[in-house]
Design a protein around this ligand. Structure first.
Ligand code: SF4
Length: 166
């Protein structure tokens, strides 16, 4: 059957980044998923109670700190739990999350020095979802996400290359 997909709200054009902007990705796969009504949008930082705009934050060790030195770990963890609750409620096949974010980054994050340098790592939400058994991809891995979705839905799922009538 058709499975839901959890997507970072900023990738869908919601103005929820720390600067109050979005990270809209204009991609045919995302457009199709939206048209199919399977997209569940979430911004973990907003869900965790942070305002928009907000000070930039980065992961430092096991904490999340803002550029002005405030520890926002709890808000990030609350947002991760909210994203996980959505993932479970809608039984999502996967999550497509904004790469490099301290919440949503799934392969890379900023190094904690606010210098723009990235290191291998996961954001708080990406990690929480993976710990719970969900697949997580970045917007730079849409091909892999699409393949994982097909695998999750099984051979009976219709796709663009499937000429069989339902
Ligand atoms: Fe986008 Fe995730 Fe940051 Fe929210 S927390 S603005 S969804 S990258």
């Amino acid at each position: 059957g058709r499975r839901a997909i959890l997507v970072s709200a900023c990738l869908l054009g919601h103005p929820v980044t720390y600067t109050g902007d979005d990270n809209f990705v204009d991609d045919p796969r995302l457009r199709r998923w939206l048209a199919e009504g399977r997209v569940i949008a979430v911004c973990p930082e907003v869900a965790g109670g942070l305002s928009t705009p907000r000070p930039p934050a980065e992961i430092r060790g096991d904490r999340v700190v803002t550029v002005d030195g405030r520890d926002v770990t709890e808000a990030f963890q609350k947002g991760a739990e909210a994203a996980l609750a959505l993932a479970r409620h809608f039984d999502v096949a996967l999550a497509l999350l904004k790469q490099s974010s301290p919440s949503c980054g799934s392969r890379r994050i900023y190094d904690g020095t606010f210098s723009g340098r990235k290191i291998p790592g996961e954001g708080v939400t990406a990690r929480r979802l993976r710990e719970a058994g969900f697949l997580v991809f970045g917007e730079d891995e849409l091909d892999r996400a699409e393949a994982a979705l097909r695998a999750a839905e099984g051979p009976s799922a219709n796709g663009p290359s499937d000429a069989e009538p339902e």
